[in-house]
Design a protein around this ligand. Structure first.
Ligand code: SAM
Ligand code: SF4
Length: 442
Protein backbone atom coordinates (compact mmCIF):
# COMPACT_ATOMS: atom_id res chain seq x y z
CA UNK A 1 0.00 0.00 0.00
CA UNK A 2 2.93 2.35 0.61
CA UNK A 3 4.13 1.62 -2.94
CA UNK A 4 0.67 2.52 -4.19
CA UNK A 5 0.59 5.75 -2.15
CA UNK A 6 4.09 6.70 -3.32
CA UNK A 7 3.09 6.20 -6.96
CA UNK A 8 -0.02 8.34 -6.45
CA UNK A 9 2.12 11.09 -4.87
CA UNK A 10 4.30 11.06 -8.00
CA UNK A 11 1.16 11.32 -10.21
CA UNK A 12 -0.12 14.17 -8.08
CA UNK A 13 3.05 16.27 -8.01
CA UNK A 14 3.72 15.68 -11.68
CA UNK A 15 0.26 17.09 -12.47
CA UNK A 16 0.33 19.97 -9.97
CA UNK A 17 3.93 21.21 -10.10
CA UNK A 18 5.58 19.35 -12.99
CA UNK A 19 7.89 17.34 -10.71
CA UNK A 20 9.66 14.40 -12.35
CA UNK A 21 11.38 11.51 -10.55
CA UNK A 22 15.21 11.69 -10.65
CA UNK A 23 17.80 8.95 -10.33
CA UNK A 24 20.08 10.49 -7.68
CA UNK A 25 19.02 12.23 -4.46
CA UNK A 26 21.53 15.05 -5.14
CA UNK A 27 19.52 15.99 -8.24
CA UNK A 28 16.24 16.32 -6.36
CA UNK A 29 14.43 19.55 -5.45
CA UNK A 30 12.14 17.58 -3.18
CA UNK A 31 12.84 14.37 -1.26
CA UNK A 32 9.86 12.58 0.25
CA UNK A 33 10.14 9.67 2.67
CA UNK A 34 6.98 7.58 2.64
CA UNK A 35 7.22 5.72 5.92
CA UNK A 36 5.98 2.64 7.76
CA UNK A 37 5.40 2.55 11.52
CA UNK A 38 4.60 -1.16 11.90
CA UNK A 39 7.90 -2.08 13.54
CA UNK A 40 10.46 0.01 15.40
CA UNK A 41 13.20 -0.87 12.90
CA UNK A 42 11.37 0.93 10.10
CA UNK A 43 11.11 4.07 12.23
CA UNK A 44 14.82 3.98 13.17
CA UNK A 45 15.70 3.56 9.52
CA UNK A 46 13.82 6.75 8.63
CA UNK A 47 16.02 8.89 10.87
CA UNK A 48 19.27 7.29 9.76
CA UNK A 49 18.30 7.64 6.07
CA UNK A 50 17.17 11.24 6.57
CA UNK A 51 20.58 12.08 8.06
CA UNK A 52 22.43 10.24 5.32
CA UNK A 53 20.57 11.90 2.44
CA UNK A 54 20.74 15.33 4.03
CA UNK A 55 24.52 15.04 4.26
CA UNK A 56 24.74 13.78 0.68
CA UNK A 57 22.70 16.70 -0.62
CA UNK A 58 24.75 19.24 1.33
CA UNK A 59 28.02 17.79 0.08
CA UNK A 60 26.73 18.06 -3.49
CA UNK A 61 26.07 21.79 -3.03
CA UNK A 62 29.01 22.95 -0.84
CA UNK A 63 28.67 26.63 -1.76
CA UNK A 64 25.18 26.93 -0.32
CA UNK A 65 24.84 27.59 3.40
CA UNK A 66 21.81 25.37 3.66
CA UNK A 67 20.63 22.93 1.04
CA UNK A 68 17.84 24.10 -1.27
CA UNK A 69 16.38 20.61 -1.33
CA UNK A 70 13.09 20.35 0.46
CA UNK A 71 12.77 17.32 2.76
CA UNK A 72 9.31 15.92 3.50
CA UNK A 73 8.20 12.94 5.59
CA UNK A 74 4.89 11.24 4.86
CA UNK A 75 3.16 8.00 5.82
CA UNK A 76 2.52 6.30 9.12
CA UNK A 77 5.60 7.46 11.07
CA UNK A 78 4.65 11.02 10.17
CA UNK A 79 1.10 10.34 11.33
CA UNK A 80 2.21 8.86 14.63
CA UNK A 81 5.18 11.06 15.49
CA UNK A 82 4.20 14.43 13.92
CA UNK A 83 6.18 17.44 15.28
CA UNK A 84 8.77 15.13 16.89
CA UNK A 85 10.28 14.65 13.39
CA UNK A 86 11.32 18.35 13.35
CA UNK A 87 13.12 17.89 16.66
CA UNK A 88 15.12 14.91 15.45
CA UNK A 89 15.65 16.20 11.88
CA UNK A 90 15.29 20.03 11.97
CA UNK A 91 15.94 20.38 8.23
CA UNK A 92 12.63 18.60 7.43
CA UNK A 93 10.04 21.16 6.35
CA UNK A 94 6.95 19.09 5.70
CA UNK A 95 5.27 16.27 7.62
CA UNK A 96 2.06 14.68 6.29
CA UNK A 97 0.05 11.54 7.06
CA UNK A 98 -1.23 8.75 4.80
CA UNK A 99 -4.67 10.38 4.64
CA UNK A 100 -3.52 13.91 3.74
CA UNK A 101 -1.14 13.43 0.85
CA UNK A 102 -3.72 14.69 -1.65
CA UNK A 103 -3.16 18.13 -0.06
CA UNK A 104 0.58 18.14 -0.88
CA UNK A 105 0.28 20.71 -3.72
CA UNK A 106 -1.29 23.26 -1.34
CA UNK A 107 1.28 22.49 1.36
CA UNK A 108 4.15 22.99 -1.11
CA UNK A 109 2.67 26.32 -2.30
CA UNK A 110 2.37 27.49 1.28
CA UNK A 111 5.98 26.56 2.01
CA UNK A 112 7.15 28.41 -1.11
CA UNK A 113 5.22 31.52 0.02
CA UNK A 114 5.83 31.49 3.74
CA UNK A 115 8.72 29.07 4.39
CA UNK A 116 8.89 27.46 7.84
CA UNK A 117 7.61 23.99 8.66
CA UNK A 118 4.18 22.38 8.16
CA UNK A 119 2.51 19.36 9.76
CA UNK A 120 -0.71 18.05 8.22
CA UNK A 121 -1.40 14.67 9.80
CA UNK A 122 -5.13 14.86 10.23
CA UNK A 123 -7.06 11.65 9.55
CA UNK A 124 -9.21 13.51 7.04
CA UNK A 125 -12.84 12.44 6.86
CA UNK A 126 -13.20 13.26 3.15
CA UNK A 127 -11.84 10.88 0.55
CA UNK A 128 -8.38 11.72 -0.71
CA UNK A 129 -9.14 9.51 -3.69
CA UNK A 130 -11.68 12.02 -5.06
CA UNK A 131 -8.99 14.69 -5.14
CA UNK A 132 -6.16 12.73 -6.71
CA UNK A 133 -5.49 12.79 -10.47
CA UNK A 134 -6.05 9.53 -12.36
CA UNK A 135 -3.69 6.68 -11.52
CA UNK A 136 -0.90 6.91 -14.13
CA UNK A 137 0.35 3.41 -13.27
CA UNK A 138 2.19 1.74 -16.11
CA UNK A 139 3.41 -1.80 -16.60
CA UNK A 140 1.68 -5.16 -16.52
CA UNK A 141 0.58 -5.02 -12.88
CA UNK A 142 -1.94 -2.45 -11.76
CA UNK A 143 -2.42 -1.94 -8.02
CA UNK A 144 -5.61 -0.37 -6.73
CA UNK A 145 -6.40 0.45 -3.11
CA UNK A 146 -9.99 -0.63 -2.44
CA UNK A 147 -10.06 -0.52 1.36
CA UNK A 148 -8.06 1.32 3.98
CA UNK A 149 -7.76 1.42 7.73
CA UNK A 150 -8.73 -1.07 10.37
CA UNK A 151 -11.23 -1.43 13.22
CA UNK A 152 -9.73 -4.57 14.71
CA UNK A 153 -7.19 -3.05 17.10
CA UNK A 154 -5.02 -6.16 17.47
CA UNK A 155 -3.07 -5.60 20.69
CA UNK A 156 0.28 -5.27 18.88
CA UNK A 157 -0.65 -3.11 15.89
CA UNK A 158 -0.51 0.63 15.11
CA UNK A 159 -2.52 0.54 11.87
CA UNK A 160 -5.88 1.64 13.37
CA UNK A 161 -4.08 4.65 14.86
CA UNK A 162 -2.11 5.63 11.76
CA UNK A 163 -4.43 4.75 8.87
CA UNK A 164 -7.66 5.32 10.75
CA UNK A 165 -10.86 3.28 10.72
CA UNK A 166 -11.95 0.81 8.04
CA UNK A 167 -13.14 2.58 4.94
CA UNK A 168 -14.02 1.19 1.49
CA UNK A 169 -13.94 3.00 -1.83
CA UNK A 170 -17.13 3.00 -3.91
CA UNK A 171 -17.39 0.25 -6.56
CA UNK A 172 -17.65 2.69 -9.51
CA UNK A 173 -14.42 4.51 -8.57
CA UNK A 174 -12.55 1.20 -8.34
CA UNK A 175 -13.87 -0.12 -11.66
CA UNK A 176 -13.04 3.19 -13.33
CA UNK A 177 -9.45 3.12 -12.01
CA UNK A 178 -9.01 -0.47 -13.19
CA UNK A 179 -10.42 0.27 -16.66
CA UNK A 180 -7.89 3.09 -17.05
CA UNK A 181 -5.01 0.90 -15.81
CA UNK A 182 -5.91 -1.79 -18.34
CA UNK A 183 -5.97 0.85 -21.10
CA UNK A 184 -2.45 1.84 -19.94
CA UNK A 185 -1.21 -1.76 -20.28
CA UNK A 186 -2.07 -3.56 -17.03
CA UNK A 187 -3.01 -7.23 -17.39
CA UNK A 188 -2.98 -8.13 -13.71
CA UNK A 189 -4.95 -6.20 -11.12
CA UNK A 190 -4.01 -6.30 -7.43
CA UNK A 191 -6.69 -5.13 -5.04
CA UNK A 192 -5.15 -3.70 -1.88
CA UNK A 193 -6.44 -3.19 1.64
CA UNK A 194 -5.17 -3.50 5.21
CA UNK A 195 -8.07 -5.92 5.66
CA UNK A 196 -9.10 -6.24 2.06
CA UNK A 197 -11.75 -8.88 2.80
CA UNK A 198 -13.54 -6.41 5.10
CA UNK A 199 -14.38 -4.52 1.87
CA UNK A 200 -17.91 -3.19 1.93
CA UNK A 201 -18.81 -0.79 -0.87
CA UNK A 202 -21.83 0.41 -2.84
CA UNK A 203 -22.32 0.63 -6.57
CA UNK A 204 -24.26 3.53 -8.15
CA UNK A 205 -27.56 1.58 -7.86
CA UNK A 206 -27.00 1.27 -4.10
CA UNK A 207 -26.20 -2.46 -4.30
CA UNK A 208 -23.98 -3.57 -1.45
CA UNK A 209 -20.74 -5.29 -2.53
CA UNK A 210 -18.48 -7.42 -0.40
CA UNK A 211 -15.01 -8.36 -1.71
CA UNK A 212 -16.28 -11.49 -3.49
CA UNK A 213 -18.86 -9.51 -5.46
CA UNK A 214 -16.35 -6.76 -6.19
CA UNK A 215 -13.98 -9.38 -7.66
CA UNK A 216 -16.82 -10.76 -9.79
CA UNK A 217 -17.36 -7.25 -11.18
CA UNK A 218 -13.62 -6.73 -11.81
CA UNK A 219 -13.44 -10.06 -13.66
CA UNK A 220 -16.09 -8.80 -16.11
CA UNK A 221 -13.92 -5.87 -17.23
CA UNK A 222 -12.36 -6.53 -20.64
CA UNK A 223 -8.57 -6.98 -20.57
CA UNK A 224 -8.30 -8.07 -16.92
CA UNK A 225 -6.34 -11.31 -17.27
CA UNK A 226 -5.41 -11.82 -13.64
CA UNK A 227 -6.75 -10.68 -10.27
CA UNK A 228 -5.14 -10.85 -6.82
CA UNK A 229 -5.95 -9.29 -3.49
CA UNK A 230 -4.02 -8.65 -0.25
CA UNK A 231 -4.25 -8.77 2.78
CA UNK A 232 -7.12 -10.77 4.23
CA UNK A 233 -8.07 -11.25 7.87
CA UNK A 234 -9.27 -14.67 9.11
CA UNK A 235 -12.20 -13.10 11.00
CA UNK A 236 -13.54 -11.54 7.77
CA UNK A 237 -13.56 -14.76 5.73
CA UNK A 238 -16.78 -15.76 3.92
CA UNK A 239 -17.86 -18.80 1.95
CA UNK A 240 -18.46 -16.52 -1.06
CA UNK A 241 -14.81 -15.47 -1.02
CA UNK A 242 -13.78 -19.14 -1.11
CA UNK A 243 -16.28 -20.09 -3.83
CA UNK A 244 -14.98 -17.53 -6.32
CA UNK A 245 -11.69 -19.44 -6.52
CA UNK A 246 -13.58 -22.25 -8.19
CA UNK A 247 -15.66 -19.89 -10.39
CA UNK A 248 -13.46 -17.09 -11.70
CA UNK A 249 -10.69 -18.15 -14.08
CA UNK A 250 -8.82 -14.83 -13.80
CA UNK A 251 -8.56 -15.10 -10.00
CA UNK A 252 -5.04 -16.23 -9.13
CA UNK A 253 -4.85 -19.22 -6.77
CA UNK A 254 -2.99 -17.35 -4.03
CA UNK A 255 -4.29 -16.43 -0.59
CA UNK A 256 -2.41 -14.35 1.96
CA UNK A 257 -4.08 -15.07 5.29
CA UNK A 258 -2.04 -13.96 8.31
CA UNK A 259 -2.40 -16.03 11.47
CA UNK A 260 0.37 -14.50 13.68
CA UNK A 261 0.49 -17.41 16.19
CA UNK A 262 -0.44 -21.09 16.42
CA UNK A 263 -1.52 -20.76 20.05
CA UNK A 264 -5.14 -19.93 20.87
CA UNK A 265 -4.01 -18.43 24.17
CA UNK A 266 -1.75 -15.96 22.34
CA UNK A 267 -4.32 -15.26 19.62
CA UNK A 268 -6.74 -14.34 22.39
CA UNK A 269 -4.20 -12.06 24.07
CA UNK A 270 -3.52 -10.49 20.67
CA UNK A 271 -7.25 -9.80 20.30
CA UNK A 272 -7.29 -11.43 16.87
CA UNK A 273 -10.93 -12.55 16.99
CA UNK A 274 -10.27 -16.04 15.58
CA UNK A 275 -8.84 -19.36 16.73
CA UNK A 276 -6.37 -21.78 15.18
CA UNK A 277 -9.30 -24.12 14.43
CA UNK A 278 -11.21 -21.38 12.54
CA UNK A 279 -8.06 -20.68 10.57
CA UNK A 280 -7.49 -24.31 9.62
CA UNK A 281 -11.11 -24.63 8.56
CA UNK A 282 -10.66 -21.74 6.08
CA UNK A 283 -7.41 -23.19 4.75
CA UNK A 284 -9.18 -26.52 4.16
CA UNK A 285 -12.09 -24.85 2.42
CA UNK A 286 -9.72 -22.87 0.18
CA UNK A 287 -7.78 -26.03 -0.73
CA UNK A 288 -11.02 -27.84 -1.53
CA UNK A 289 -12.21 -25.01 -3.80
CA UNK A 290 -8.81 -24.62 -5.49
CA UNK A 291 -6.51 -27.59 -4.79
CA UNK A 292 -3.49 -25.80 -6.26
CA UNK A 293 -3.93 -22.66 -4.18
CA UNK A 294 -0.80 -21.13 -2.59
CA UNK A 295 -1.32 -20.18 1.05
CA UNK A 296 0.79 -17.42 2.57
CA UNK A 297 0.77 -16.01 6.08
CA UNK A 298 2.31 -13.64 8.64
CA UNK A 299 3.74 -14.62 12.04
CA UNK A 300 4.82 -12.71 15.12
CA UNK A 301 7.07 -14.45 17.64
CA UNK A 302 7.83 -13.24 21.14
CA UNK A 303 4.47 -11.61 21.82
CA UNK A 304 4.34 -10.72 25.55
CA UNK A 305 3.69 -13.84 27.61
CA UNK A 306 4.47 -16.31 24.78
CA UNK A 307 5.76 -19.51 26.43
CA UNK A 308 7.85 -22.29 24.89
CA UNK A 309 4.62 -24.33 24.70
CA UNK A 310 2.84 -21.52 22.78
CA UNK A 311 5.77 -21.26 20.41
CA UNK A 312 5.75 -25.03 19.89
CA UNK A 313 2.08 -24.74 18.85
CA UNK A 314 3.14 -22.20 16.21
CA UNK A 315 5.72 -24.67 14.90
CA UNK A 316 3.07 -27.41 14.89
CA UNK A 317 0.74 -25.21 12.86
CA UNK A 318 3.49 -24.63 10.29
CA UNK A 319 3.83 -28.42 9.86
CA UNK A 320 0.04 -28.84 9.61
CA UNK A 321 -0.52 -26.19 6.96
CA UNK A 322 2.79 -26.26 5.04
CA UNK A 323 2.72 -22.65 3.85
CA UNK A 324 3.89 -21.69 0.37
CA UNK A 325 5.25 -18.43 1.71
CA UNK A 326 5.27 -16.48 4.98
CA UNK A 327 6.49 -13.24 6.49
CA UNK A 328 7.68 -13.58 10.08
CA UNK A 329 8.75 -10.99 12.59
CA UNK A 330 9.86 -10.56 16.19
CA UNK A 331 7.23 -8.72 18.20
CA UNK A 332 8.05 -5.01 18.18
CA UNK A 333 6.54 -2.97 20.99
CA UNK A 334 4.72 0.00 19.45
CA UNK A 335 3.84 3.10 21.43
CA UNK A 336 0.14 3.50 22.18
CA UNK A 337 -0.79 -0.14 21.52
CA UNK A 338 -2.22 -2.38 24.22
CA UNK A 339 0.63 -4.90 23.99
CA UNK A 340 3.22 -2.20 24.75
CA UNK A 341 1.97 -2.01 28.33
CA UNK A 342 1.63 -5.76 28.97
CA UNK A 343 3.86 -6.79 31.89
CA UNK A 344 5.36 -10.02 30.55
CA UNK A 345 7.57 -8.70 27.70
CA UNK A 346 10.11 -11.25 26.44
CA UNK A 347 13.88 -10.66 26.28
CA UNK A 348 14.96 -9.84 22.70
CA UNK A 349 17.32 -12.84 22.69
CA UNK A 350 14.38 -15.24 23.26
CA UNK A 351 12.34 -13.74 20.40
CA UNK A 352 15.33 -13.72 18.05
CA UNK A 353 16.13 -17.36 18.77
CA UNK A 354 12.49 -18.37 18.22
CA UNK A 355 12.32 -16.40 14.98
CA UNK A 356 15.37 -18.24 13.63
CA UNK A 357 13.77 -21.62 14.42
CA UNK A 358 10.44 -20.59 12.88
CA UNK A 359 12.07 -19.20 9.75
CA UNK A 360 14.09 -22.37 9.28
CA UNK A 361 10.83 -24.38 9.19
CA UNK A 362 8.99 -21.86 7.00
CA UNK A 363 11.90 -21.78 4.54
CA UNK A 364 12.05 -25.58 4.43
CA UNK A 365 8.35 -25.74 3.50
CA UNK A 366 8.72 -22.97 0.93
CA UNK A 367 11.65 -24.77 -0.71
CA UNK A 368 9.80 -28.09 -0.73
CA UNK A 369 6.69 -26.53 -2.23
CA UNK A 370 8.81 -24.73 -4.85
CA UNK A 371 10.49 -28.04 -5.71
CA UNK A 372 7.06 -29.66 -6.06
CA UNK A 373 6.45 -27.37 -9.05
CA UNK A 374 9.29 -28.98 -11.08
CA UNK A 375 7.94 -30.48 -14.30
CA UNK A 376 4.81 -28.34 -14.32
CA UNK A 377 3.82 -25.87 -17.00
CA UNK A 378 3.21 -22.50 -15.38
CA UNK A 379 1.57 -19.44 -16.91
CA UNK A 380 4.11 -16.70 -16.15
CA UNK A 381 3.24 -13.03 -16.40
CA UNK A 382 6.52 -11.46 -17.48
CA UNK A 383 7.45 -8.38 -15.46
CA UNK A 384 10.85 -7.56 -16.96
CA UNK A 385 14.42 -8.58 -17.67
CA UNK A 386 15.85 -10.74 -14.84
CA UNK A 387 19.29 -9.16 -14.69
CA UNK A 388 20.92 -6.78 -17.15
CA UNK A 389 22.78 -8.71 -19.80
CA UNK A 390 21.73 -12.17 -18.54
CA UNK A 391 19.29 -12.69 -21.40
CA UNK A 392 16.77 -13.92 -18.82
CA UNK A 393 13.27 -12.79 -18.07
CA UNK A 394 11.44 -12.72 -14.77
CA UNK A 395 7.79 -12.99 -13.88
CA UNK A 396 5.29 -14.58 -11.53
CA UNK A 397 3.15 -17.67 -11.65
CA UNK A 398 -0.53 -17.47 -10.66
CA UNK A 399 0.57 -18.76 -7.20
CA UNK A 400 2.87 -15.69 -6.94
CA UNK A 401 6.09 -17.65 -7.33
CA UNK A 402 8.89 -15.78 -9.01
CA UNK A 403 10.23 -17.53 -12.13
CA UNK A 404 13.43 -16.74 -14.05
CA UNK A 405 13.86 -18.20 -17.52
CA UNK A 406 16.06 -17.60 -20.58
CA UNK A 407 14.45 -16.46 -23.84
CA UNK A 408 15.81 -14.74 -26.92
CA UNK A 409 12.68 -12.57 -27.42
CA UNK A 410 13.20 -8.80 -27.61
CA UNK A 411 10.37 -7.91 -25.27
CA UNK A 412 8.09 -10.22 -23.33
CA UNK A 413 6.97 -7.70 -20.70
CA UNK A 414 3.22 -7.91 -20.06
CA UNK A 415 2.83 -11.27 -21.84
CA UNK A 416 1.61 -14.40 -20.10
CA UNK A 417 3.89 -17.17 -21.38
CA UNK A 418 4.04 -20.91 -20.71
CA UNK A 419 7.17 -21.91 -18.78
CA UNK A 420 8.14 -25.51 -17.94
CA UNK A 421 9.61 -25.50 -14.41
CA UNK A 422 13.02 -27.14 -14.17
CA UNK A 423 14.22 -26.13 -10.71
CA UNK A 424 12.74 -25.09 -7.36
CA UNK A 425 14.99 -22.75 -5.36
CA UNK A 426 14.43 -21.25 -1.89
CA UNK A 427 12.87 -18.01 -3.19
CA UNK A 428 12.18 -18.62 -6.85
CA UNK A 429 11.79 -21.12 -9.67
CA UNK A 430 13.72 -21.60 -12.86
CA UNK A 431 12.26 -22.83 -16.11
CA UNK A 432 12.28 -22.99 -19.88
CA UNK A 433 9.75 -21.23 -22.04
CA UNK A 434 7.72 -23.62 -24.17
CA UNK A 435 8.28 -22.98 -27.87
CA UNK A 436 4.61 -22.45 -28.68
CA UNK A 437 2.51 -19.65 -27.27
CA UNK A 438 -0.43 -21.52 -25.83
CA UNK A 439 -3.45 -19.49 -24.79
CA UNK A 440 -2.66 -19.71 -21.08
CA UNK A 441 -4.76 -18.37 -18.28
CA UNK A 442 -3.96 -18.22 -14.52
N1 SAM B 1 -4.40 -6.74 8.59
C1 SAM B 1 -3.59 -7.86 8.36
C2 SAM B 1 -3.93 -8.93 9.40
O1 SAM B 1 -4.16 -8.56 10.52
O2 SAM B 1 -3.97 -10.07 9.11
C3 SAM B 1 -2.12 -7.54 8.43
C4 SAM B 1 -1.63 -6.14 8.19
S1 SAM B 1 -0.24 -5.67 9.17
C5 SAM B 1 -0.09 -4.08 8.53
C6 SAM B 1 1.09 -6.58 8.46
C7 SAM B 1 1.81 -7.52 9.39
O3 SAM B 1 2.75 -6.81 10.20
C8 SAM B 1 0.95 -8.24 10.41
O4 SAM B 1 0.30 -9.34 9.85
C9 SAM B 1 1.93 -8.63 11.49
O5 SAM B 1 2.46 -9.91 11.27
C10 SAM B 1 3.02 -7.57 11.35
N2 SAM B 1 3.00 -6.67 12.53
C11 SAM B 1 2.08 -5.75 12.84
N3 SAM B 1 2.37 -5.16 14.02
C12 SAM B 1 3.53 -5.73 14.47
C13 SAM B 1 4.33 -5.56 15.64
N4 SAM B 1 4.00 -4.70 16.57
N5 SAM B 1 5.43 -6.32 15.77
C14 SAM B 1 5.78 -7.21 14.80
N6 SAM B 1 5.06 -7.42 13.69
C15 SAM B 1 3.95 -6.69 13.51
FE1 SF4 C 1 -3.20 -4.43 12.43
FE2 SF4 C 1 -4.22 -6.29 10.81
FE3 SF4 C 1 -4.82 -6.33 13.40
FE4 SF4 C 1 -5.79 -4.40 11.86
S1 SF4 C 1 -6.25 -6.59 11.73
S2 SF4 C 1 -4.94 -4.13 13.86
S3 SF4 C 1 -4.10 -4.06 10.41
S4 SF4 C 1 -2.79 -6.63 12.44
Amino acid sequence: MNDYDAARIVDLLRASHGYQPVEQPEQADLIIFNTCHIREKAEDKLFSELGRLHKLVQMAHPTLKTSQTLFAVGGCVAQAVGQEIFRRAPFVQLVFGPQTYHRLPTMLDRLAREGGQIVDAEIAPESKFDELPHNQGSGPIGSVTVQEGCNKFCAFCVVPFTRGREWSRPVAAILDEITRLVAQGAVEIQLLGQNVNAYEGLDPSGLHHDLALLIRRVALLPGVERIRFVTSHPADMTDELVEIFADIPQLCPYFHLPIQSGSNRILDRMGRGHTVENYLEWVNKLRQAAPDIAIASDFIVGFPGETEADFQETLDLVETVSFDHAYSFCFSSRPGTQAASLPDQLPAAVSTARLAILQERLNAHQLQRNQNRVGRLEAVLVEGAAKKGSGEWTGRTPGFRKVNFPAAATNLVGQIVPVRITEGLPNSLRGIMEPTFLPVRP
